[in-house]
Write a protein that binds this ligand. Structure first.
Ligand SMILES: C[S@@+](CC[C@H](N)C(=O)[O-])C[C@H]1O[C@@H](n2cnc3c(N)ncnc32)[C@H](O)[C@@H]1O
Length: 293
């Protein structure tokens, strides 16, 4: 495996929005490479706590070695269970929650995880290796119709039907084992390459399906409301429009219908041009924040 370091995104903007209190209790629900957790620790006093959660055990193991700080409590699991996990640790009110969605660069570049188009490894894409479904199972076992549906809904892929058809045609000849094989099938449908790889949307769709990402997000947001203290802040960074729509609607509904949250920013905060240049994977990031009433 490679050792690519994840560059944290929108860090200063996130910290400004979170506005940590010196000895507060915070949940970093997407620890990843630990960049945001480290920034938070720098701002907290000796009694401060960061509950650092990830559904990827490898991320937790790496961070536990690299961030050697008694103020951090590591938790394995999905943020859709954050309320139970946090309460099981004995915390009942949280001062702030960070959700920085999607994948870390470390996961993306680790070929054995099967997220990257260039990987000769099996199509896996599970963030948590305990999950039952892999991308390989979807492309080799699901019906053409179901594959088309996820490509259209989760990938917003305009050639969903043609790609699903080609996948089913190819798998009759031989099982589609690797990421490279799938990328080549999509390339054949597209014929020519633009600036982004033609398989980008297909890979995004499969990843969302394998990890049930949109349902996890909705449940994670509802959980966040349960454990935030009055005045506590929820900050979410999304990387594509499906996620951003869920976050935006959730915050608006909580503000207008229940009166339980108030938006901290009406328009999403996006990375400055300089950050986008230094870290191209930050380009699609959008940060939204809300305060518990
Ligand atoms: C973009 S990275 C976070 C990077 C981190 N903020 C940093 O500064 O290094 C996203 C992380 O969230 C994790 N993740 C994604 N969905 C999750 C979920 N439902 N529950 C817990 N962790 C999740 C991924 O495994 C990945 O490690």
């Amino acid at each position: 495996m490679t050792n690519t370091v994840h560059i944290p995104v929108l860090t200063q903007e996130l910290m400004a929005l979170l506005n940590p209190v010196i000895n507060g209790v915070y949940l970093d629900a997407t620890l990843g490479g630990g960049g945001h957790t480290r920034e938070l620790l720098d701002r907290l006093g000796p009694e401060g706590v960061v509950i650092a959660m990830d559904r990827d055990e490898e991320a937790l193991e790496r961070a536990a070695i690299e961030i050697n700080d008694p103020r951090v409590r590591y938790v394995h699991g999905s943020f859709s269970d954050m309320a139970d996990k946090v309460m099981a640790l004995g915390y009942h009110g949280i001062d702030g929650i960070i959700m920085d969605l999607g994948l870390s660069m470390t996961q993306m570049k680790d070929e054995s995880r099967g997220f990257s188009f260039n990987s000769k490894e099996p199509l896996d894409m599970r963030m948590d290796r305990d999950l039952p479904l892999t991308a390989g199972e979807i492309v080799n076992k699901w019906s053409e119709r179901d594959i088309e549906k996820i490509l259209r809904e989760y990938g917003e892929e305009r050639k969903a039907l043609q790609i699903a058809r080609e996948i089913v045609r190819q798998r009759k000849r031989e099982r589609i084992e690797t990421c490279l094989q799938l990328a080549a099938i999509v390339e054949r449908v597209y014929r020519k390459r633009g600036r982004t790889h033609p398989a980008t949307k297909t890979f995004q769709a499969l990843r969302i399906a394998v990890n049930d990402e949109l349902n996890q997000l909705s449940e994670g947001l509802s959980n966040a409301l349960k454990i935030l203290k009055k005045g506590g802040r929820l900050c979410v960074i999304t990387y594509h429009s499906l996620e951003d729509r869920i976050v935006k609607r959730f915050i608006l509904a909580a503000e207008r219908q229940e009166g339980s949250l108030v938006r901290l920013n009406k328009k999403p905060i996006v990375p400055l041009r300089d950050e986008q240049r230094r870290n191209p994977s930050s380009r699609s990031a959008k940060l939204r924040g809300a305060e518990k009433l």
